[in-house]
Design a protein around this ligand. Structure first.
Ligand SMILES: CC(C)=CCC/C(C)=C/CC/C(C)=C/C=C/C(C)=C/C=C/C=C(C)/C=C/C=C(C)/C=C/C=C(C)/C=C/CC(C)(C)O
Ligand SMILES: C[S@@+](CC[C@H](N)C(=O)[O-])C[C@H]1O[C@@H](n2cnc3c(N)ncnc32)[C@H](O)[C@@H]1O
Length: 393
């Protein structure tokens, strides 16, 4: 259905032939009498129950999240994986928590499928808890949400831009300044460590979708403290890898390369990718979880700089969660839409919008690389024209 916008400044109401039938449907669903009928009538009861459960999940979502946070803070999933099923009293003793509240938490986690009841009154991992056991990236992300939830405590203040406790804006200091290269190293460390911890979630998708062996030289722009660069170098033994990030972050990447014994193939350059020239000569540039942090004007500047830096015929691999991902719509428009609003800059973009920006920056063929779990990252591969990089606008 095409969206119909009122022309700017016009007061004439915009209508569509579907408005009438949809208004009728809305009034029906909003009617308590209809809902009473639908939940009592055998043929519609299942749908009424499913809708009610859907609404309930929206109402209770924060409670679910905090049950999960308590499990993560108690390292419950790792414990059950390493030591097997446990009784409530054993866990209460270990955690020095009252037995009653331990049981309350364990039963809450069972209902959320994080845990399962096991024979002899014990608790084991459930189907949603088991994948979390030992996943340091997800655990770090779950613990990090405390800052997001502080910003969300008053959602209307967030929408009006009057939030008092700017948790995420302070956490991501580059989003609130036009001089990010002057940020002190200690303000870069917390987010860089979180990105490194959660980078496997992205690297698994990217490297699964696009093996790097065909490339000679990779430039990871906004590459953080080098976690992806190390994975990339390990996945393709002939590859030279360079990270470009803010000076304090690039210094941390340099240290990581030394510690990993990869300094002969991995290097790091510090600078501001919106103002400083990028190192030239790569045949592949990666932008992983970078573009959605910035508004369109900055993204265009960045994409043009990337195009300049690439050798003719070189490729750009852009990976991040996309808006409108089928089956993961809430991840893009709800989660990242709100997250980036709280951060103070950027937006989740659809594949179509990214294609437009890439075309405007002078990239030629763009194709979607299917990733195994688009919820975690989608990937687009764009090519520079085979001729030299002149006139990139
Ligand atoms: C064999 C048997 C018994 C059954 C077989 C049935 C079967 C096949 C089951 C499948 C089991 C399975 C393999 C499950 C796998 C589950 C997985 C992989 C779950 C993964 C979940 C990932 C999640 C929830 C990721 C969340 C990511 C988040 C919240 C990321 C946040 C990122 C942020 C905030 C980034 C910030 C950066 C910025 C600022 C936006 O630039
Ligand atoms: C969300 S993080 C992603 C890091 C990494 N690509 C990953 O996926 O783990 C964005 C990165 O872009 C870097 N960045 C933001 N603005 C920058 C700028 N103007 N110049 C250089 N790097 C910048 C940040 O320091 C940070 O490392």
């Amino acid at each position: 259905m095409a969206r119909v916008d009122a022309p700017p400044g016009s007061a004439a109401p915009v209508t569509h032939w579907l408005d009438g039938p949809l208004a009728w449907r809305d009034r029906l669903l909003a009617s308590a009498a209809f809902r009473r009928w639908a939940q009592a009538f055998p043929l519609t009861r299942w749908l009424a129950r499913r809708r009610a459960a859907g609404v309930f999940d929206l109402v209770a979502g924060f409670v679910y999240s905090q049950v999960l946070l308590a499990c993560v803070q108690l390292r419950l999933f790792e414990l059950l994986l390493d030591e097997g099923p446990q009784s409530a009293s054993a866990l209460a003793g270990r955690w020095q928590l009252p037995l009653m509240s331990t049981e309350r938490l364990l039963r809450a986690a069972v209902a959320l499928k994080l845990l399962e009841h096991r024979p002899h009154d014990r608790y084991g991992l459930g189907p949603l808890g088991a994948p979390l056991a030992g996943d340091a990236g997800l655990a770090a992300m779950i613990e990090h949400h405390a800052a997001l939830y502080r910003d969300l405590a008053e959602p209307l203040a967030l929408l009006r831009g009057t939030t008092r406790d700017a948790g995420l804006a302070a956490y991501w200091p580059y989003a609130g300044t036009d001089a990010p290269q002057t940020l002190p190293a200690e303000r870069l460390k917390a987010y860089s460590d979180l990105m490194a911890a959660s980078q496997p979630l992205v690297a698994d998708q990217v490297l699964g979708a696009y093996p790097l062996r065909r490339h000679r030289r990779l430039l990871d722009v906004g590459g953080g403290n080098g976690a992806f660069a190390c994975r990339a170098a390990q996945s393709a033994p002939g590859l030279q890898v360079q990270v470009f990030d803010l000076p304090g972050v690039a210094a941390a990447a340099h240290q990581r390369f030394e510690q990993a014994g990869l300094s002969d193939r991995c290097t790091a350059v510090g600078g501001d990718f919106l103002h400083d020239p990028l190192p030239v000569g790569a045949d592949l540039v990666t932008l992983l979880r970078v573009v959605h942090d910035h508004d369109d004007a900055r993204v265009l500047r960045l994409l043009r700089a990337v195009r300049q830096a690439l050798v003719p015929g070189g490729s750009l691999l852009l990976a991040e969660p996309l808006a409108g991902t089928p089956g993961a719509e809430r991840m893009g428009d709800t989660y990242f839409g709100v997250y980036l609003l709280a951060m103070g800059r950027g937006e989740p973009r659809s594949e179509q919008r990214l294609r437009e920006l890439l075309a405007e920056a002078g990239f030629a063929r763009v194709r979607r690389l299917p990733t195994a779990l688009p919820l975690q990252a989608s990937a687009l591969l764009a090519k520079t024209p085979d001729t030299s990089n002149v006139n990139v606008g």
